[in-house]
Design a protein around this ligand. Structure first.
Ligand SMILES: [Zn+2]
Length: 204
């Protein structure tokens, strides 16, 4: 049985961490944690991630519906619930609107980003060599969350090789089985995106 207060504190701490990297500016992005098979804890819409409190978090069911009618979950709650639904080991989801997550994906609208020959790839669970190619899909951004979820659903159902996907010109989703793993995956992807972006500039 997960201690709900500890779970809340973990999400609050992740919020401070993403804020310290400026990965969720202007109340953007959202963070969540799995409570159990039926419920997740997620940031309420419009919360500054660097100053979250227990009141900035709410419980939603597996379908993304709030338990308390007066609370409004993030518009992207559906994507979080999809991740938890398809990935049994996912305990925390981190969604950032970082500069590199946003800008690099603007040139790949519906497609994928491939990473190879980066030592950092080994930060992803199950990756043991820089020679292993990592493929992260990029989906065209869409304000219609149901339409977006339909695309992401297929990828998640197939069992992703890398715990991540990107929304073009929007941001990055990563997840992990613990706070440490989710943060490691998030930080590794941000690092790789920045490297790819700078490599493109060098190769111009
Ligand atoms: Zn977003």
């Amino acid at each position: 049985m997960t201690d709900l207060n500890q779970l809340k504190q973990n999400v609050i701490d992740i919020g401070r961490w993403v804020d310290s990297h400026h990965w969720c500016p202007a109340t953007s992005g959202n963070l969540s944690a799995r409570i159990d098979q039926q419920r997740i804890l997620i940031t309420v819409s419009g919360q500054a991630k660097g100053s979250l409190t227990a009141d900035s978090l709410m419980e939603v069911g597996a379908e993304g519906k709030p338990y308390a009618a007066e609370q409004r979950p993030s518009a992207e709650t559906l994507l979080h619930t999809l991740i938890y639904g398809h990935i049994p080991g996912a305990r925390y989801v981190i969604h950032t609107h970082s500069v590199y997550g946003t800008v690099f994906s603007r040139v790949i609208w519906n497609g994928e980003i491939r990473f190879k020959n980066y030592e950092m790839q080994k930060a992803f669970a199950g990756v043991t060599s820089h020679e292993q190619e990592i493929v992260v899909p990029v989906y065209g951004n869409n304000q219609d969350m149901v339409a977006l979820a339909r695309q992401v659903n297929e990828y998640l159902a197939a069992g992703p090789q890398c715990p991540a996907f990107i929304l073009a010109g929007h941001g990055v989703y990563t997840w992990g089985g613990s706070v440490a793993e989710a943060k490691r995956h998030s930080e590794a992807l941000e690092f790789l995106l920045e490297c790819e972006y700078k490599s493109c500039l060098l190769l111009k």
